[in-house]
Design a protein around this ligand. Structure first.
Ligand SMILES: [Cu+2]
Length: 143
């Protein structure tokens, strides 16, 4: 009886820790994706992610129901030409934030299965190493 109680209590503590990490220690603000035009099957998503942990976090991959692929890209200028490069992961240092924007790092939504209309909301899952996935909502905007 005593053992069963201890196990229950232990599980409760673990669940609590996980809930805190998701809700408070990693924060996502201003999450949005760009509307699509015509029959375009690609779009991109932007947001600000803040890591309140005292250690770095590593975003390993991202998924959404509305696109076959969600890739992390970086925008670079090479001899006056803008190029996009796929990143395998995104590291956010301890107590720091990263801004995904049209001018820099962003999330590329590839092979969309629907049109993205201004004002609509889409769901996205951000997978972070050693953490439960972050479930966020993005609003569709024109720019
Ligand atoms: Cu891109």
């Amino acid at each position: 009886m005593r053992k069963a109680f201890c196990i229950f209590y232990f599980c409760f503590i673990i669940l609590n820790v996980n809930a805190n990490q998701t809700q408070h220690q990693i924060e996502v603000n201003n999450a949005w994706a760009r509307q699509t035009f015509g029959n375009s099957k690609i779009s991109s998503a932007y947001m600000e992610i803040t890591n309140h942990h005292n250690s770095p976090i590593e975003i390993t991959h991202i998924t959404t129901d509305i696109a076959e692929l969600s890739e992390i890209h970086d925008m670079t200028h090479q001899g006056g030409v803008m190029r996009m490069r796929k990143l395998e992961k995104l590291v956010i240092p301890e107590n720091d934030n990263i801004i995904l924007s049209p001018e820099g790092k962003h999330i590329m939504l590839i092979n969309l299965n629907k049109k993205l209309l201004v004002g609509e909301k889409i769901a996205m899952k951000i997978f972070i190493k050693d953490h439960p996935p972050l479930e966020i909502e993005l609003i569709i905007k024109s720019n």
